[in-house]
Design a protein around this ligand. Structure first.
Ligand code: HEM
Length: 453
């Protein structure tokens, strides 16, 4: 049985300028109105700046397909810069191309094979911690999903395990960063100086950056003194990578920015998706039975192996459908490099263009029953058609997520490990409150009840 999970009901009409500001202060999703979910293109007029929202599948493909004509907008860079510095996530042009050439090999299939065992070790730690709470009590899963995904990033990128105290420090600092970065962005859109929010987001980012930069400095010193060559993690691949065009490597400062970016892009997104996935399956006991039967048939009681990931199509579809309904990156911002017409609208050079997986994935004319949770939809002709043109949780084109395969491997492993060991039951009365900030999260947490099988 499919069900319709919660999301903020859109307003009937477009909000006025002032209401948009107030509603967007906590969550950009609260600004949306009914037509946002069916229009192909919208325009939001702000003082001194028109922002365009593109939901037309062909235009989305064109925009995402051309990183030169539609580079990333500086707004995104300014929002994330305190944490990510000048990293691949927000740069453009030659600088981005160089960074992409140096980072991409670290995520090649061969390296993903190497990091699978590290992921599995971390998941074993997760189940030990979950055993402590798997007695049917009401349990908030956000913290554990953030912990295990951050620990996986630490192990696979840096060959370090993440202590619980450092994990807590990072978790709290990141919540603080999200909160203030979202507010700084809203203020910048309204041409107001984001004085306090910018300062507070920098303060939170500094805590995370100081934990990571210490480790990188140590690793570079190790390399320079000829030690540590046996490590096969993602940092080693990035330190060794030589740019085939310029012949040079990442400097220390560049590596700090890239690792902070991979840390954020690589754990917060996955933690958001996994938390929502646990909520969704908690509402569907029959689906869990189907997942369990599939896991038992393919894997039984032995340890998971990398080749199992492809033998668990239902688990894979649960992850895909979670990313459709709650895409961790709810929107991205590009800009028009030249003045032009997009559909019937004149878009000036430099105007921000928003592309929103949140809206595209729930578009009234592009999906059947868009608000329903239905993992089987990806096996139907209609679902396959919709996902071809209107499914972009990892974006598309030259700037597609570098970590898509890594994230899928990790998420299927975590979900399958949880379902094999526990029944994930609903916590009656708990309804998550969807909040759109840097990622899409629940403002009141996600609570379920775990029961050991
Ligand atoms: C469920 C998990 C994930 C989701 C939904 C996700 C989603 C995305 C999206 C939508 C973008 C494009 C953003 C834009 O165009 O502004 C992106 C870019 C990126 N992601 Fe992910 N991501 C996930 C996990 C990861 C992981 C695990 C890593 C690495 C460890 C990673 C690394 C990156 C990088 C480096 C980019 C920038 C690529 C570029 O601009 O060239 N992501 N991701």
């Amino acid at each position: 049985m499919n069900f319709q999970p919660p999301y903020p009901r859109p307003h009937v009409r477009k909000s006025s300028f002032l209401l948009r500001f107030l509603r967007g202060w906590n969550s950009w999703i609260d600004v949306l109105f009914e037509r946002s979910y069916s229009m192909k293109m919208g325009k939001i007029s702000q003082p001194g700046m028109d922002i365009f929202m593109v939901n037309d599948a062909d235009w989305v493909r064109r925009i995402l397909g051309d990183a030169h004509a539609y580079p990333k907008h500086k707004l995104m860079h300014r929002m994330l810069e305190p944490l990510l510095g000048t990293s691949i996530f927000t740069t453009n042009g030659d600088l981005w191309e160089r960074q992409r050439r140096l980072v991409e090999p670290a995520f090649a299939q061969a390296r993903l094979r190497l990091v699978f065992a590290l992921m599995a070790d971390s998941v074993a730690g997760m189940t030990q911690r979950l055993d402590e709470v798997a007695d049917g009590r009401s349990y908030e899963v956000d913290g554990e999903m953030t912990y295990v995904t951050a620990d996986i990033i630490f192990r696979t990128i840096l060959s370090e395990t993440l202590e619980e105290s450092a994990a807590k420090e990072i978790y709290d600092a990141f919540l603080e960063f999200q909160h203030h970065a979202q507010r700084a962005m809203i203020l910048m859109i309204y041409r107001l100086p984001p004085v306090y929010s910018a300062w507070a987001s920098k303060r939170a980012a500094k805590k995370i950056r100081s934990i990571l930069s210490g480790i990188i400095a140590r690793r570079m010193a190790e390399r320079d003194s000829g030690q540590g060559s046996a490590r096969q993690d993602i940092l080693a691949a990035m330190m060794d990578a030589v740019d085939p065009v310029s012949g040079d490597r990442f400097t220390y400062e560049e590596l700090v920015d890239q690792v902070c970016m991979l840390f954020l892009a690589g754990h917060e997104t996955s933690a958001s998706a996994l938390t929502w996935a646990l909520y969704l399956i908690s509402q569907c006991p029959h689906l869990q039975d189907q997942m369990l039967a599939e896991i038992q048939a393919a894997v039984g009681e032995r340890d998971f192996e990398l080749s199992d990931i492809k033998s668990l199509p239902t688990v894979g579809n649960v992850f895909r459908e979670t990313l459709r309904l709650y895409p961790p990156v709810g929107f991205f911002v590009r800009e028009a490099a030249q003045t032009q017409c997009i559909r019937d609208k004149s878009v000036k050079e430099g105007s921000p263009i928003l592309i929103s997986p949140w809206l595209l994935h729930r578009h009234r004319t592009l999906w059947e029953r868009p608000d329903e949770f239905d993992p089987d939809r990806f096996d139907t002709p209609a679902g396959k058609e919709s996902s071809k043109c209107a499914y972009i949780p990892f974006s598309k084109g030259p700037r597609v997520c570098i970590g898509a395969a890594y994230a899928t491997q990790e998420a299927v492993l975590i979900l399958a490990s949880i379902v094999r060991r526990y029944r994930v039951e609903a916590d009656p009365g708990h309804v998550p409150k969807v909040v759109g900030r840097v990622t899409i999260r629940s403002g009141n947490g996600v609570r379920v009840r775990l029961q050991r099988r």
